[in-house]
Each structure stands twice: as structure tokens, then as C-alpha cells.
Design a protein around this ligand. Structure first.
Ligand code: PLP
Length: 444
């Protein structure tokens, strides 16, 4: 018995003592292939020598300087790299310490933008049912997972939720993928007209849905239509790339592949690759200029924002992407992983879908492949797949809530970008054994 307040109060976890490449080792020396990078964090694997050296050097030089008093050269360099890669006029980076802080800041920035413009009646957000945006109260309010929201409902700000573009569950056999995408995007327009577009601040969405639905990509044209609707009704578009960003889908920003521009983008996780806690919000010049020419002050801030050591780590991470040509490798390894998983699970009675983009992939577990009916009653599925995988030396990320925040199960994979082809084979084999053993035992 120890004194750590764990999320699952009754679980006993191994003690992690070492990390190397794609593996984590526990106190007994057992290795675990980290196929989800924790929660899509460790994109460079563990113990990357260049990142470690950058962190040591920064700590020796200056560990921390409050951003109310100083900028650092590395923060300036990192913000240049990020804004250079980001589509459109996303020119202003606000560094934070994680994903929830980034989303919370984005929501507040969007509201303040309209306050500066005198549009005080704008007080609500629209987001999607299949989404997760973080656990602070603002981020939780826009998130779609009902089970997570429920205990805190009276404390959450008003948010409207529409469906995500999720063809596996939503597309009619008679419509084209494009038409389905347009139909789903038009839900935003319908909802805006119901609630009054003049009351809405922004629409927020993950370009590729992560934890709640399992690597769900939108149909081509969906996000273009979303952008059009946001422009037509004068609301902002916030893209949450906390999980799908930082190269995970094969481009630095996932929404580069949607050929659209956002007003605000949030990133975290892969930005620090787990070496330091760091997140960021990147805002357009229009938003930044409106505030700088208005009150001149964004009413926000955190003590550890722009932490010098975290910035040094993140700069080393993004440099490693370039120097090791990792983004093309993500695309290539992502295809290999998809093919291996599809092949392995093609006849599995309880795996209905294998999907994703780049090294962001998922399996959906269903009771019946034809009807796509979920195992809605089984709450043990996630924890048992996770436990079996760990027994076999694999870290994967099983989650429930795939369909509507309550029903459905998937297993998310987000391995380090340095994963080799042989390690992809190891991942696939261990995952097959984990999913097969548990589903066959629970549902025979
Ligand atoms: N947004 C998305 C899309 C996420 O996946 C997450 C975390 O999983 C968050 C926000 C919250 O990030 P954090 O856990 O760093 O607060």
C-alpha cells in the first residue's frame, strides 16, 4: 500500500524504472513495447540522446525564468518553427504546460477576441459528441464524453454538441463519402441557426478524433465545409491537435491534410514527446492584433507557461523530426501498421474496423461485424485488454465511449515514430493475442 492517489483507486501498477527506444522496463526487468506512447505522447520513444542532452544543457544554463519578465531565445526559435509550419496566419504561439491548459486558453482567447470587438452576447461553444478536449472545467464542457461530464454538469459552461464525421457508424450505404461528410458538416449550420449564430463564439473539433472514438478521420471536404460555415456565420474555428498533431498523422499539423486554416490551434503531447510537460496554443494574427490593439492584454496566464527547460526539450524534439526525417517515416510506418493490423484482424469476429492515419491507428471492437453493434454492457473490456497486453509486454490504449461517449470500444495505437518494421510485427502479434484472448473469453 502506498500513498499515490491513482485514477483507478484499486489498481496495482508496476514500477517503471527505465525507458529505451520504444520500450519501457519495470522493476523486475520486464520490457513493454510502448505502442501507444503512453497517451499518444512519446513520439520519439524513450531516452532520446539528443533531447536528453538539450535538457541537461538547458538546466545547467537556466532552468526557468518567469515569462512576465523574460523571453528565451529557444522560445522564440520554437515559436518560429511552429508558426512557419502552421497553415495560414497562425502567427502567435502561447506556450503552456499541457493539453487541457492549451484548450482552456483557446476558449478564453476566443471569448476575449469577441469581447474586444464589443460582441459580448457571444457566450457559448459548439463542439462534437465524439471528442475529448481535456479535463479542466472549460475543456470538459466542450468535450463530448457524457460519462466524464456528468458528475460536473452544473459547473460546466453551455456547449452544444453535434455529431462528429464518423463514417463507420454514420454513413448510409446509399450516399457517397463526400455527401456524408457534407451532411455531417451541415449539422453545424443547422445547430447554429437553432441557437442563433450571434450567440456562438467558436466551433472546436479534433481534426482526427483521438481518445473518445479511436483515430477517426473525417471524409474529404468535411473540414472545408466546416470552415465555410464558420466564416459565413462569423464564428471562430478552433482545431484541437493535442493528440493528432506534432507529426502523429504524417504532417506536423494534422489539419494540413484537410487543406484549411484555423483561427486557433492547440497542441501538446508530442510537442514535448514526454520529456517535459508542455502545450501550446497558436492564434491567428487577426485575433492577436485585435487584442493587442484593444486592451493589449490577454486576461490569462500560468506560472509555468513557457518554461525554459520544457521549451528546450520541445525544440530538440522538433529538430529531431527534421534531422531524422521522421515525418515521411510516420507515413510509411503508418501504412505498414495499417496493413499488418488489417491482415491480422481481417477474420476476427469481434474487430469491426481498423482505421487511422499515419502512426495514429485504432481497432474498433464490436459484438457483431455486420450490424456494428457494440458490446455496450461490458465495462471490463478496456481494463482486461489493457491488463492482458501488459502481461504480454505491450502498452496499448483501450477506451470505451466510441459511439456516443457511452457505448462502444476501441483500442488506440500511437507508437513512437522510431518504431522499426520488426517492432511493428511484435506490436501486431501481441495486440492480436490480447484482443483475441479477452474478447473470446468474455463473449464466447
Ligand atoms: N485535447 C485532446 C484532443 C486530447 O486528446 C487531450 C488528452 O488526451 C487533451 C486535449 C488534454 O490534454 P492533457 O491531458 O495534456 O491536459
Amino acid at each position: 500500500m502506498h500513498h499515490i492517489f491513482q485514477r483507478h483507486c484499486h489498481s496495482e501498477l508496476p514500477i517503471a524504472v527505465k525507458g529505451e527506444g520504444v520500450y519501457i522496463y519495470d522493476q523486475t526487468g520486464k520490457s513493454y513495447l510502448d505502442a501507444s506512447g503512453g497517451a499518444a505522447v512519446s513520439c520519439l520513444g524513450h531516452s532520446h540522446p539528443v533531447v536528453r542532452a538539450a535538457l541537461h544543457q538547458q538546466i545547467d544554463q537556466l532552468a526557468y525564468a518567469h515569462t512576465g519578465f523574460f523571453n528565451t531565445e529557444k522560445a522564440i526559435e520554437l515559436s518560429e518553427k511552429l508558426t512557419h509550419a502552421a497553415p495560414g496566419d497562425l502567427n502567435h504561439v502561447y506556450f503552456l504546460t499541457g493539453g487541457s491548459e492549451a484548450v482552456e486558453s483557446a476558449l478564453k482567447l476566443a471569448r476575449q477576441y469577441f469581447v474586444e470587438k464589443g460582441e459580448l452576447q457571444r457566450s457559448q461553444f459548439i463542439s462534437r459528441k465524439q471528442s475529448y478536449h481535456g479535463n479542466t472545467l472549460g475543456a470538459l464542457a466542450v468535450g463530448g464524453n457524457e460519462l466524464r461530464r456528468k458528475p460536473f454538469a452544473p459547473l460546466l459552461m453551455p456547449t452544444e454538441h453535434i455529431s462528429a464525421c464518423f463514417a463507420y457508424h454514420g454513413k448510409d450505404a446509399s450516399e457517397s463519402a463526400f455527401d456524408y461528410g457534407q451532411r455531417m458538416a451541415n449539422e453545424l449550420e443547422t445547430r447554429l441557426l437553432e441557437v442563433g449564430p450571434e450567440t456562438v463564439i467558436a466551433f472546436i473539433a479534433e481534426p482526427v478524433v483521438g481518445a473518445t472514438a479511436g483515430a477517426v478521420t473525417a471524409e474529404e471536404g468535411y473540414f472545408k465545409r466546416i470552415r465555410e460555415i464558420c466564416d459565413q456565420y462569423g464564428i471562430l474555428l478552433i482545431l484541437d491537435e493535442v493528440m493528432c498533431g506534432m507529426g502523429r498523422t504524417g504532417t506536423l499539423f494534422a489539419h494540413e491534410q484537410e487543406d484549411i486554416q484555423a483561427d486557433i490551434v492547440t497542441i501538446a503531447k508530442g510537442l514535448g514527446a514526454g520529456y517535459q510537460p508542455i502545450g501550446a496554443m497558436i492564434a491567428s494574427s487577426e485575433i492577436h492584433n485585435t487584442i493587442s490593439q484593444g486592451s493589449g492584454f490577454f486576461q490569462h496566464g500560468h506560472t509555468y507557461m513557457g518554461h525554459a527547460t520544457a521549451i528546450a526539450g520541445a525544440l530538440a524534439v522538433i529538430n529531431a523530426f527534421e534531422q531524422e526525417a521522421l515525418l515521411p517515416r510516420v507515413q510509411q510506418a503508418g501504412e505498414i501498421l495499417q496493413n499488418r493490423l488489417s491482415e491480422c484482424f481481417k477474420n476476427h469476429p469481434f474487430v469491426g474496423d481498423v482505421r487511422g492515419r499515419g502512426l495514429f491507428r485504432a481497432l474498433e471492437i464490436v459484438a457483431d461485424r455486420d450490424s456494428k453493434k457494440p458490446f455496450s454492457a461490458c465495462s471490463k473490456l478496456d481494463s482486461q485488454i489493457k491488463a492482458k497486453a501488459m502481461e504480454l509486454g505491450l502498452i496499448c490504449y483501450p477506451m470505451s465511449g466510441t459511439i456516443d461517449g457511452k457505448n462502444g470500444h476501441h483500442v488506440l495505437l500511437a507508437p513512437p515514430f522510431i518504431i522499426s518494421d520488426a517492432q511493428i510485427d511484435e506490436l501486431t502479434e501481441k495486440l492480436f493475442h490480447s484482443v483475441d484472448t479477452i474478447t473470446q473469453t468474455l463473449f464466447k
